[in-house]
Design a protein around this ligand. Structure first.
Ligand SMILES: Nc1ncnc2c1ncn2[C@@H]1O[C@H](COP(=O)(O)OP(=O)(O)OP(=O)(O)O)[C@@H](O)[C@H]1O
Ligand SMILES: [Mg+2]
Length: 418
């Protein structure tokens, strides 16, 4: 009789706990998001909206907690009642046998005592099961996470890239889709020769960042091949692949650590002189020296205590210090003021020197300076060539140039003239 309710309550407890954990996870995620985006929340007057979102979630978690408390509280009276019934039955039956069938009262009472002694542990067993199920629900979620396989697996027998890495990158007929049935890239073939700078231009959503993300194998392609120095990236150990690539992404990622640690991120244990050298070449040394604690200044979460241009220069310093032969650069679209722009440009020029560079270019100077330009549209290459060749063609590039860069070119000419 006791087993059935214990099992039932245990099952319910497990379900409630799993739900509670899921909702609590959601709760933390929402809080994290709204604190990260607190300026947007305030500027758009969405405090009340965020408040309602959170309170409805809190309400649900509250209800789930009540439910679990109720289940826990239920087990005690159920066991109490069952225990009472059992004792009553024993007394009636035992008493009957003592009176009418000459059962020895001594053994009868010792039996009752034994029964009462067993009663407490039985009750605890019911409670224990509730706790056990709670723990198991947590363990289940934990193991699901631990058992998750990365989509990118190193092939057995994968080799490191041959030293020295020259950085000849070749894409042949590459096809890729994030969502099956919606290709983000089709038939992309390009070559990025060792030591050269190749620029990708094209409208927003064309697939430029996608191409960039395929080279360090953040995703595996669906068709075609990508090779570095003739070796398919899928046959290279991930460690060696990452070690030879520097990535400066569109959105700079700084960690809430010191300026020094952020620059040395790709090379822990770099010497003080090397770090300063990298900062110098990234045109960052002057502003770092002016910070209250210099290289020991904490940059704040995501580098919040620095300006946009300063963050970019730290990211560039990080890439300079890593000194990998291949550079993947997604230029930030955010327009900086002319002074920071000049600094960042200087830093980039230094960074690209002598490296195989694939750059998603938003600055005219980067595009004009590239050895080859590929124009990407709708996940495919529509044109390629040098700036002069492409302008002469009066095709897609010419149009894009007129739209995006003509104003910038005018400004440059005006500055040069004045
Ligand atoms: N993680 C993702 N999951 C699903 N689709 C994605 C993902 N990332 C990008 N896409 C889609 O793939 C296409 C190409 O995106 P991509 O980021 O490569 O564009 P882009 O050329 O870099 O644009 P932009 O100049 O705006 O940065 C877009 O249609 C986009 O919606
Ligand atoms: Mg992009």
């Amino acid at each position: 009789m006791a087993i059935y309710p214990i099992v039932r309550l245990g099952k319910r407890m497990r379900k409630v706990t799993a739900n509670t954990q899921e909702e609590t996870g959601l709760f933390t995620a929402i809080l994290d998001q709204s604190f990260q985006g607190i300026r947007v929340v305030k500027a758009y007057g969405m405090e009340a909206y965020e408040g309602t979102r959170v309170s409805s979630l809190v309400e649900r978690i509250f209800k789930l907690n009540i439910k679990s408390a109720r289940i826990r509280a239920l087990s005690s009276p159920i066991m109490e009642t069952l225990g009472g019934i059992a004792v009553a039955i024993v007394i009636v039956y035992g008493g009957f046998r003592v009176i009418h069938q000459n059962l020895d009262p001594g053994s009868f009472f010792s039996f009752i005592t034994a029964l009462l002694l067993a009663y407490e542990p039985m009750k605890r067993l019911a409670n224990l099961n509730a706790s056990l199920q709670e723990g198991l629900a947590g363990a289940q979620r934990m193991f699901d996470l631990l058992d998750m396989q990365s989509g990118i697996q190193e092939r057995p027998g994968a080799k490191a890239l041959g030293v020295p890495v020259r950085g000849n990158i070749q894409l042949s007929d590459v096809g890729f889709s994030y969502v099956t049935g919606q290709p983000a890239l089709r038939g992309v073939s390009m070559s990025i020769p060792s030591g050269k700078t190749v620029a990708l231009v094209g409208p927003s959503g064309a697939g430029k960042s996608t191409i960039l993300n395929l080279i360090p194998r953040f995703y595996d392609i669906d068709a075609g091949t990508i090779t570095i120095d003739g070796t398919d990236v899928r046959d290279v150990t991930l460690e060696s692949l990452y070690a030879n690539i520097s990535l400066v992404s569109q959105e700079v990622m700084l960690f809430d650590d010191t300026v020094r640690a952020n620059i040395a991120y790709g090379r822990p244990g770099a010497s003080e002189a090397d770090i300063e050298d990298a900062a110098q070449h990234a045109a960052a040394l002057d502003f770092i020296r002016e910070l209250p604690l210099g290289f020991d200044t904490m940059v704040g979460e995501r580098g919040i205590k620095l300006s946009g241009g300063q963050r970019q220069r730290l990211a560039i310093a990080r890439a300079i210090l890593k000194n990998a032969p291949i550079l993947l650069l997604d230029e930030a679209t955010s327009s900086l003021d002319t002074e920071s722009e000049r600094h960042v440009q200087q830093a980039l020029d230094h960074l690209m020197k002598g490296r195989t560079t694939l750059v998603i270019a938003h600055r005219l100077s980067t595009i004009v300076g590239a050895d080859v330009i590929y124009v990407i549209q709708n996940g495919g290459i529509v044109e390629m060539g040098s700036h002069a060749e492409l302008v002469a063609k009066s095709g897609a590039y010419e149009k894009l140039y007129a739209l995006q860069f003509a104003a910038e070119a005018d400004a440059m000419i005006r500055v040069e003239n004045s």
